[in-house]
Design a protein around this ligand. Sequence first.
Ligand code: IPE
Ligand code: IPE
Ligand code: MG
Length: 256
Amino acid sequence: MKSDTIQDARLDSEKLPFHVAMIMDGNGRWAKQRLMNRVKGHEKGSKTVRSIVTAARELGIGMLTLYAFSTENWARPKIEVSALMMLLKRFLVSERDTLMTRGVRLNILGQQEKLPEDIQREAEKTVEMTRSNQGMVLNLALSYGSRQEITQGVQTLARKIKAGSIQPNDITEEMISDHLYTRQMPDPDLIIRTSGEYRLSNFMMWQAAYSELFITQTLWPDFTRDDFVEILINFQERDRRFGRVKCSTLKDGSPQ
Ligand code: IPE
Ligand code: IPE
Ligand code: MG
């Protein structure tokens, strides 16, 4: 166990997922239940982001990816989009010190060029500042869409073929992975979605091939560190087979 992490006694640090991704959903419904504006739900949701980043770091998670804004979310009312961008900017600026003291490195996954310029600048600054941090990687998926990610990767590969630097048969799964926003990152071991929706909503469709999925009914603003720990306990009890035969059924590890 790393000395700078506060493990939960119910967790086995050897069996923790390295990369946890979260589809943070349910802010609007949380507000609606309280007869409040959707923006209030996003405000409360951004507090959850802070507490879950802290929890993930303390629990010893290596990489946390948070789906914060999808390519399709641009189609929401302008006022809601502006409020989300304002909260995002606030997060990028106000969390700098905390990310530095906790040793968290920030990455942005998605179409950064589509974000307002001030957000791009603040994001770049935080990414740059945290570049050498070694404690945990935090990926914020912003203006992220898996189909767009794959499309731009395919376009880059097609350009390389046209230029003659690679041949079509040279393309491997690894090469495709290396042309996504998540290049050089391990696939998520665990994907959690809050608010009881059973879909990926254009999130990590290539990378999720063998991710364990966990859907919780809890709305994102209500999601707590304890909920997270319960899900990690559930993950540790699962048998990840990757299409093979369960390891414990094999006496010498060879196929039966
Ligand atoms: C998730 O909450 C936040 C974003 C998608 C930006 P929603 O805003 O989707 O909340 P619901 O699904 O409407 O409750
Ligand atoms: C997914 O939630 C995107 C994020 C959490 C950022 P949505 O609320 O946009 O997804 P749908 O529309 O319910 O599929
Ligand atoms: Mg939603």
